[in-house]
Design a protein around this ligand. Structure first.
Ligand SMILES: Nc1nc2c(c(=O)[nH]1)N[C@@H](CN(C=O)c1ccc(C(=O)N[C@@H](CCC(=O)O)C(=O)O)cc1)CN2
Ligand code: GAR
Length: 199
């Protein structure tokens, strides 16, 4: 981490990749002092990979079920991260549990964004769960990733009001709009913290 040059991020995405694109655009607007050196996906048909091609960001994708175990899969991923000299892993709609191989190699250097006010509604459908519960508000959480699911140290949260006339689609739009601003801000702050620690 003490090396020269910008912090090198690997973004992990399984789906659309709008948060990935927001991070790249924040870097190009110079509001995030980092470099997205690699996009990693566990879904070779993920639209995030198309966004990476359009944005000229190197990418790699995998079929996890082709590997005999999560450990073997993550060792392959880790080889690519080392080759790209990655400093920080940023999960952005990555719908796969991070195992011990990556957790140990990137201790306190894996961040996730989750579309609920954790500890409320962890898991894969945070937006739907809050909507179905009839809550008047939900929000976005950015947290460190640990061995639990959405149990890592919370770095930031922002509330989002659920209006009576909201649909699941309109709520998703409001959540994503918050994410696309909050995530780059939180990562910038965390990078500065890491750089001080490693100085
Ligand atoms: N070790 C951790 N890994 C991940 C975390 C975390 O907090 N700790 N956050 C998730 C994101 N996520 C919710 O925020 C989440 C993603 C995926 C799952 C899940 O049950 N996935 C299944 C199915 C995977 C598949 O079939 O594609 C699984 O991996 O077994 C729950 C929560 C990212 N990873
Ligand atoms: N459990 C993790 C989880 O639900 N993550 C959520 O997936 C979406 C990815 O959107 P994107 O692919 O457009 O960035 C985001 O809303 C993110 O919070």
């Amino acid at each position: 981490m003490s090396k020269a040059g910008p912090i090198r991020l690997a973004v992990f995405a399984s789906g659309s990749g709008s948060n990935f694109e927001a991070l790249v655009k924040a870097i190009r607007k110079q509001t995030l002092e980092a470099e997205v050196a690699l996009l990693v996906s566990d879904k070779p048909d993920a639209f995030a990979l198309t966004r990476a091609d359009t944005l000229a960001v190197p990418s790699v994708s995998f079929y996890p079920k082709q590997f005999p175990s999560k450990e073997v899969f993550e060792r392959e991923v880790l080889d690519h991260l080392k080759e790209a000299d990655i400093d920080l892993i940023v999960l952005a709609g990555y719908m796969r549990i991070i195992g011990q191989t990556l957790l140990e190699a990137f201790d306190n250097r894996i961040i996730n964004i989750h579309p609920s006010l954790l500890p409320l509604y962890p898991g894969k459908q945070g937006i739907q769960d809050a909507f179905d519960a009839g809550d008047k508000e939900t929000g976005v959480t950015v947290h460190l990733v640990d061995e639990g699911i959405d149990t890592g140290t919370i770095l930031a949260q922002e509330k989002v009001v659920i209006d009576p006339d909201d649909t699941i689609e309109s709520l998703e739009e409001k959540i994503h709009a918050v994410e696309h601003v909050l995530y780059p801000e939180v990562i910038q702050t965390y990078i500065k913290k890491l750089q001080k620690e490693y100085a």
